[in-house]
Design a protein around this ligand. Structure first.
Ligand code: FES
Ligand SMILES: [Fe+2]
Length: 427
């Protein structure tokens, strides 16, 4: 059977046929028709992360982003509201902004110079006589999306009927609050990002953030490149407290460093890492010992990876943002984080940690990307063999709050994400 014929058959399968609790059909990685359906039923229906508030701090600050394949602008207006506007001129459709980020007083389309305010209103157009009596400016603003934020994380949705963001996040909110504690008393800010693409489906990446099973294998070179204390800290494979929670609505969290789940909690027994001795020494000149400990213990970020369906992970010390480009291509941004107003030496150290794993010459992400490419290539063989996500089903428990909990090397996070996929694709 050719790949083409197979695709036609696969798309005639229902979401229930394609996703079972412990396995998914391989066409989820390579069927173009399913990809189109995912844009409509997932990316244009749910809450999609677009920015962190620190990226649009002041009036006029903006960044461009993409929801599914639709370009948008996230911008703070003069009334201090954050707007998410479609990046599409209401005349003949050109994008009105091509910069990744910046500050502006408005957006002027380069094609015929229609100009829009920070709230999206069409303010002016040249040579208006040709429109007299046939065009009402107030009827042609840039299209606005629904916008809500939680813990500084800004989400937008094309769906006017969607539940409030806080309900959608549900049990993930608790972990978002914990994640932000790595600011050690300072607000979190973004401090630059690495962008790359891999030749694979977006769900291969989605699976990876709470895939503890691959860590000691794929990241062997990373583990051999770090000091002993860091390597020990990340050796969670046999640590019973290293667990994954499936949180509902496709969200999940994987705890890798249990003692760093709540960074405000410090019983004083943890030795500060030797590799950070220069930071500890410098900070100790001006800060009390407990604040120094708080900052240094937070340098690696929170002790967990939180995966928010469908496009953002709050992963230890950084954000991982995914953008589905096509059925076989995904763009990833790894956004470094720091302490807003915090000591420079600590923020610099955080950048070095980020580069070491996530950077283009880092020891982590390039290895991940190779594995993801290979999953995509392999998906064209053995079309009847499912993708297995059953690891740990033998030891998964349901916690009192409803979370499904299993070991960090298990695949409960993926099962939760695919349950959500099935629910949304069945609508
Ligand atoms: S397309 Fe934007 S002004 Fe014509
Ligand atoms: Fe990885």
């Amino acid at each position: 059977m050719s790949t083409h014929e197979y695709r036609l058959i696969a798309t005639s399968k229902s979401p229930e046929d394609l996703v079972q609790h412990d396995r998914v059909d391989v066409s989820l990685y390579n069927d173009p028709a399913l990809f189109e359906a995912e844009l409509e039923k997932i990316f244009y229906r749910t809450w999609v992360w677009v920015a962190h508030e620190s990226e649009v701090r002041n009036s006029g600050d903006f960044k461009t982003a993409t929801i599914g394949r639709r370009p948008v602008i996230v911008v703070r207006d003069k009334k201090n509201n954050i707007n998410v506007l479609e990046n599409r001129c209401r005349h003949r459709g050109a994008t009105v902004c091509e910069k990744h980020k910046g500050n502006a007083t408005g957006f002027t389309c380069p094609y015929h110079s229609w100009s829009y305010g920070l709230d999206g209103k069409l303010r002016a157009l040249p040579y208006p006589d040709g429109y007299e009596g046939i065009l009402e400016k107030s009827e042609l603003p840039l299209t606005s999306l629904r916008v809500e934020s939680y813990a500084g994380m800004v989400f937008a949705s094309y769906n006017d009927e969607i539940e409030p963001l806080e309900d959608f996040l549900g049990g993930a909110r608790h972990w978002m609050d914990l994640f932000m504690k790595q600011g050690a008393g300072y607000p979190i800010k973004t401090q630059g990002e690495h962008k790359f693409s891999f030749k694979g489906n977006w769900k291969i990446q989605l699976e990876n953030t709470t895939d503890g099973y691959h860590f000691p294998i794929v990241h062997k070179s990373f583990m051999s490149s770090v000091d002993e204390e860091t390597s020990e800290m990340l050796s969670f494979m046999t640590d019973e407290q290293a667990v994954t929670h499936s949180l509902g609505n496709g969200h999940s969290v994987m705890v890798m460093v249990p003692e760093h789940v709540d960074l405000d909690h410090d019983d004083g027994t943890e030795q500060l890492q030797e590799r950070f001795a220069h930071v500890t020494e410098e900070l100790s000149k001006t800060m009390p010992a407990d604040q120094v400990r708080r900052i240094v213990r937070s340098l690696h970020g929170a002790g967990f990876n939180l995966n928010l369906f469908p496009n953002i992970a709050m992963s230890m010390s950084f954000f991982r943002v995914l953008r589905p480009v096509s059925v076989t291509e995904t763009e990833i941004r790894h956004v470094a984080l720091g302490m807003d107003g915090g000591p420079e030496i600590a923020n610099r150290e955080r950048m070095r940690i980020h580069e070491h794993f996530q950077g283009p010459f880092g020891f982590g992400s390039p290895d991940d990307a190779e594995a993801w490419d290979r999953v995509q290539r392999g998906s064209y063989a053995g079309v009847d063999a499912p993708i297995l996500v059953n690891r740990g089903l033998n030891r998964e428990i349901t916690a009192e709050n409803g979370d499904k909990v299993s070991h960090a090397t298990d695949e409960g996070g993926m099962r939760g994400a695919y349950d959500m996929w099935k629910r949304m694709m069945s609508q």
